[in-house]
Ligand binder design. Structure first.
Ligand code: 5RP
Length: 225
């Protein structure tokens, strides 16, 4: 079985009747949403989903998963999402699929977060994967220049057709090619206070469980509190 699919199916077992479930975005999350859709249809699982992107919303609607917006629920019981990198101390980079803003909002209001990945996403330190920074279009070139001066090797994300990529929130993404992030907390705090930055892809102290798809089967890691 595909390792991403293995992690997605394993994570869907954590979903119980009556839960409000955050549905992540990306190729791994897609398998999890498929499995939840199957359980809704075949097992009569009764949940409400809160999606993190238009892409996941479309998929969940097609599968018949009942949905509500993040502002229509009091909280989210459990969010299951993919990740681009997870460090040894369980900090993460997300946003490779350009959904980081809505993903972080849903994760923030979730009681529990599970990340589903294949083994390739586990790293010693974060940073090989370019760090996405979601920015307001107005003034975005100024931020690109600022990041260049800082040595962050920024690249404004484009679509395969070569147009500037626009997120579901109507923003741009600047990917920072940092190679290694020595201190994610300090970098996150720096990015948080920049004018024009809406959010960044450092997901710090957010995940409670990591499910890794591997050749020997799915491995579940409970993150120490
Ligand atoms: C989207 C994300 C994804 O969860 C992340 O990019 C992992 O994607 P995939 O499962 O396709 O490898 O953060 O914004």
């Amino acid at each position: 079985m595909n390792l991403k699919q293995m992690a997605g199916i394993e994570a869907a077992k954590y979903v119980k009747d009556g839960m409000i479930v955050g549905l992540g975005t990306g190729s791994t999350a897609k398998f999890m949403v498929d499995e939840i859709g199957r359980r809704v249809k075949e097992e009569g699982l009764s949940i409400v989903g809160v999606t993190t992107s238009k892409e996941t919303e479309r998929q969940a609607q097609e599968l018949g998963i009942p949905l509500k917006g993040i502002d229509e629920v009091p909280y989210v019981d459990l969010t299951i999402d993919g990740a681009d990198e997870i460090s040894e101390d369980f900090q993460g980079i997300k946003g490779g699929g350009a959904a980081l803003l809505f993903e972080k909002i849903v994760a923030t209001y979730s009681k529990q977060c599970i990340w589903i990945v294949d083994e390739s996403k586990l790293v010693k330190k974060l940073g090989k994967f370019p760090l996405p920074v979601e920015v307001i279009p107005y003034g975005s070139q100024q931020l690109v220049h600022l990041f260049e001066e800082k040595g962050f090797a920024p690249i404004l994300r484009t679509t395969p057709a070569g147009d500037i990529l626009v997120t579901d929130g109507g923003h741009y993404i600047i990917d920072l090619h940092l190679e290694e992030i020595a201190d994610p907390m300090t970098l996150g705090a720096y990015l948080d206070q920049l004018v024009g930055v809406v959010e960044h892809g450092l997901f710090l102290n957010i995940v409670s469980t990591v499910i890794v798809g591997g050749e020997d089967g799915p491995k579940t890691i409970n993150v120490p509190a």
